[in-house]
Design a binder for this molecule. Structure first.
Ligand code: AMP
Ligand code: ZN
Length: 464
């Protein structure tokens, strides 16, 4: 079965056929870097990391170009800098770095390109100039605005008509707009705010900065091209962000921006979207203190990307238990996957619009089979299982290390090094036939949640 994806533009699941099999282009709207990300912010990054991995598997690593931007100029960033008495780039550099290290913990592959908005202001100005020349944009009160009446397809992606859009809370009403749905391409910078000099032909009186939407159009044009294969992001971005990206790029280039559009559902706390404004957030930095990144990834992928996923402690515990079962099998023997292919049923599930719960069910089935098997049959199944899991970003931890990780809310006092030292001391005690001390150490470790196992090859340990 070939890869099928649900295209928001056509509202259908369609076979994915790239324009050029040697250069497949994927763009995902990235984070605004001014504070710590919550786990909901990572849903798109993880969901489309699966797509990136799948495309690389089918077309080759070199053939897939994936760009995910950093929004490093925006009102919220400027406010954060002012409130903390810091320079803007100090804030954005810090949080972009944190975002990347959290991404790595969640086994998200680095995208091929990570463009910064602030490095593409000239490209943004160039698109805006084209739009002004084509009368698709106009200048009013020192702003440059996109004239939505000039783009007949406006609203096609989100399936909204003009009245719906105006009623939508996300359209800002401003007296200088010809139409309430018109959006800002360029705005004046107030004193103390960062600004760039606009082209003289715009005849503006001072420095300004770009509106939000134009940055993605400019970075896509620069890094990937005029029309790309796939553009993806959270479902809240369909309108106005993606609708506006489409309008400005299509008018500037007389070509569609993307052939396929994908949108992921929300991560929820109960019935509500996890959201900073509600305050019901679980920060990734805090979650990573308690759980291995792979557990968070497993939990995120336990629902198909278009469906909501409800974030609960039970989901995390269940994810850890399930991963433990796989890793326990891998502790039995060292599995070398070499050129082993993933399971075909597993791939079929992913080909069905990235049905990750279906793919994970196949992994469970393979695990059950391996548990019942012995000898070379078992090794064969384990190889297929591991190769499948690795494609999805799982199972590449050292199994022994896996069981040493801290998990859940239990608090552990001993560090890994302290545990190693105590175990060495216990070995010495045993060789000196000081069994009382050896037992004491075992009890002390046990009280701290560390289980030790003696075998012919020595002593190993894991956390409860
Ligand atoms: P925000 O910080 O709320 O502006 O969100 C930044 C990005 O994270 C947007 O692209 C949203 O689509 C995404 N996002 C925020 N909250 C959630 C959530 N609960 N589930 C999925 N995506 C989210
Ligand atoms: Zn975007």
């Amino acid at each position: 079965m070939p890869l099928f994806l649900h295209n928001t533009l056509t509202r259908k699941k369609q076979e994915f056929i790239p324009a050029d099999v040697n250069r497949i282009t994927l763009y995902v709207c990235g984070p605004t870097v001014y504070n710590h990300a919550h786990i909901g912010n990572f849903r798109a990054a993880v969901a489309f990391d699966v797509l990136f991995r799948l495309l690389r598997y089918y077309y080759g690593e070199q053939a897939v170009v994936y760009a995910r931007n950093f929004t490093d100029i925006e009102d919220k960033i400027i406010r954060a800098a002012q409130e903390n008495g810091k320079e803007i780039d100090e804030i954005t550099t810090k949080y972009a770095k944190i975002y990347n290290s959290e991404s790595a913990a969640l086994k998200i592959l680095p995208p091929t390109l990570e463009p910064l908005a602030t490095e593409h202001v000239a490209e943004m100005q160039s698109i805006i100039s084209t739009l002004l020349e084509k009368n698709a944009a106009y200048i009013a009160e020192e702003h440059v605005l996109f004239d939505t009446n000039q783009f007949s397809n406006y609203g096609a992606l989100s399936n909204l008509n003009m009245d719906d859009m105006i009623a939508g809370a996300r359209v800002e009403i401003a007296p200088y707009k010809r139409n309430p749905a018109d959006f800002v391409l360029w705005k004046p910078s107030a004193a103390g705010e960062p600004g760039w000099q606009p082209p003289t032909k715009w005849q503006l009186s001072g420095n300004g900065r770009p509106g939000w939407h134009i940055e993605c159009s400019a970075m896509i044009e620069k890094t990937l091209g005029t029309t790309i294969d796939i553009h993806a992001g959270g479902q809240d971005l369909r309108f106005p962000h993606h609708e506006n990206e489409i309008a400005q790029s299509a008018c500037a280039h007389d070509a569609p921006l993307s052939r396929v559009w994908l949108h992921n559902g929300f991560l929820q706390m109960g019935k509500d979207k996890m959201s900073k404004s509600v305050g019901n957030v679980a920060l990734v930095c805090d979650l990573l203190e308690q759980w291995p990144g792979e557990v968070l990834r497993w939990a995120l992928l336990s629902a198909q990307y278009r469906q909501p996923v409800e974030w609960t402690d039970a989901l995390l515990e269940q994810s850890k238990t399930q991963l433990d079962r796989f890793y326990r099998l891998f502790t039995e023997q060292n599995i070398n996957i070499d050129s082993q292919k993933p399971d075909s049923e597993f791939l079929n599930a992913l080909n069905d619009d990235m049905n990750t719960p279906g793919a994970m069910a196949v992994l469970h089935g393979l695990r059950d089979r391996a548990t019942r098997q012995t000898g070379t049959k078992k090794i064969e199944t384990l190889r297929t299982l591991k190769a499948s899991g690795i494609l999805l970003g799982f199972f590449d931890a050292d199994p022994e290390e896996w069981f040493k990780q801290k998990t859940g809310t239990a608090s552990f006092n001993l560090t890994d090094t302290q545990i190693d030292i105590l175990i060495e001391e216990r070995v010495t005690a045993k060789t000196q036939k000081n069994y009382a001390r050896a037992d004491e150490i075992r009890d002390q470790l046990n009280a701290d949640g560390v289980i030790i196992e003696d075998s012919a090859n020595g002593t190993t340990w894991r956390r409860k």
